[in-house]
Design a protein around this ligand. Structure first.
Ligand SMILES: [Zn+2]
Length: 371
């Protein structure tokens, strides 16, 4: 009986120590693997502490509180001036913020085409570019009004590869002044609304029929805009160009990849087009993910949000900005499942790009454009 008890006890001790060993080993394995996991990927909690740059956010106010809000989330902001209204006021505002917050704020200057066709247009435009650069711009933004609004004296649309712009592009190339080019529009702009892929495009063209090219069949085609931009990339091969809004090739990562392979002077920002990446993600997540990994040096994070004087309520504005930034972070940096309004509430799995890729897209690639 005693022997039996001893045997039973030793059996229990042996089993217990085996059990302890298995638990210990599993804990160790879990810790090691989660350490590796954590070092490879960011989490939701890393959002605030990771340095980030929004290279395309329209900061149209002298009110610096939004800049401080961005800073509290480790975001630096780059505001593109746009040749839409009051380009001088935009430049003064950007210049003021740049002086006050040189490490937190940067901007793209711009020039107006109001004097296109006048004898001194080229001279004045170059003087304007110089002024923007003296005021601290990191480069010059050109906008879709070239190609979609501007017409010559004969009533023809003027494209960005028009001979009148040659000396201007050449000047920026020689002076090593980067260009943010919003040329053309998303492909959806030429489609009936039932064929459009994402809701924000439908909503935008409803608000702006003047830019809805489906309604203007006489205006240049989608492909004409893309060809024009490509002509500029090849003609001025040392001009550094950031193609705003995925370079208007938002509908196909393959098309963007082709341009990256062809033009070493071409980068893109993802502003206002992340919905198009998510749309492609729904069909083939790995393809979008592999594209961003392969071209991790060529893609810059941006949103195209607006911050205006008439955004009256600080709380409302900052929560809108925060929600957008966080949603994009979850999609790019984590494997969270995200519901996308743009896609009628469809659920998309985050790309969970490696940390080193996120660091480039969110920060290091944009830093190359800072002096
Ligand atoms: Zn914009």
């Amino acid at each position: 009986m005693k022997n039996k008890q001893v045997r039973w006890c030793s059996f229990r001790t042996k089993n217990f120590s085996r059990y302890v060993f298995i638990v210990f080993a599993s804990c160790l394995w879990y810790c090691l693997s989660s350490c590796v996991h954590n070092s490879n990927y960011y989490t939701k909690a890393d959002f605030t502490k990771t340095p980030k740059i929004d290279v395309h956010i329209h900061y149209n106010t002298y009110n610096a509180s939004y800049l401080k809000f961005a800073d509290s989330l480790n975001f630096r902001l780059v505001s593109p001036n746009v040749d839409l209204i009051m380009v001088d006021e935009q430049l003064e505002g950007s210049h003021y913020l740049k002086q006050q917050f040189p490490d937190k704020f940067a901007f793209w200057g711009t020039f107006s085409v109001d004097n296109f066709g006048k004898a001194d247009f080229i001279e004045r435009t170059i003087a304007r570019i110089d002024k923007c650069m003296e005021y601290g711009a990191l480069g010059i933004k050109i906008w879709k009004n070239i190609g979609m609004v501007l017409k010559d004296s004969a009533g023809h649309f003027v494209m960005a590869d028009d001979p009148v712009f040659e000396k201007i592009f050449k000047y920026m190339e020689d002076q090593n002044i980067p260009v943010m080019a919003h040329l053309g529009e998303p492909k959806n702009c030429w489609l009936h609304e039932d064929q459009m892929t994402i809701n924000s495009n439908r909503a935008y063209y409803k608000r702006h029929p003047e830019y809805y090219m489906y309604l203007h069949p006489d205006a240049p085609s989608y492909q004409t805009h893309i060809n024009t931009r490509d002509t500029i990339l090849s003609r001025y091969s040392k001009l550094r160009v950031v193609g705003a809004h995925l370079g208007s090739l938002e509908w196909s990562v393959d098309e963007i990849a082709k341009r990256f392979d062809q033009f070493s002077n071409f980068d893109v920002d993802i502003s206002a087009r992340i919905g198009h990446l998510q749309f492609q993600s729904l069909r083939d997540r790995e393809k979008v993910r592999n594209f961003l990994i392969k071209y991790q040096y060529r893609v810059l994070y941006g949103t195209d949000m607006d911050i205006n004087d008439n955004n009256s309520n600080y709380q409302v504005v900052t929560s809108r900005i925060y929600n957008k930034w966080m949603k994009d972070w979850l999609y790019l940096a984590t494997d969270s499942i995200i519901e996308i309004k743009e896609l009628n509430g469809k659920k998309v799995k985050g790309l969970q790009l490696p940390r080193s890729v996120i660091d480039k897209i969110y920060c290091k690639n944009a830093e190359r454009y800072f002096k």
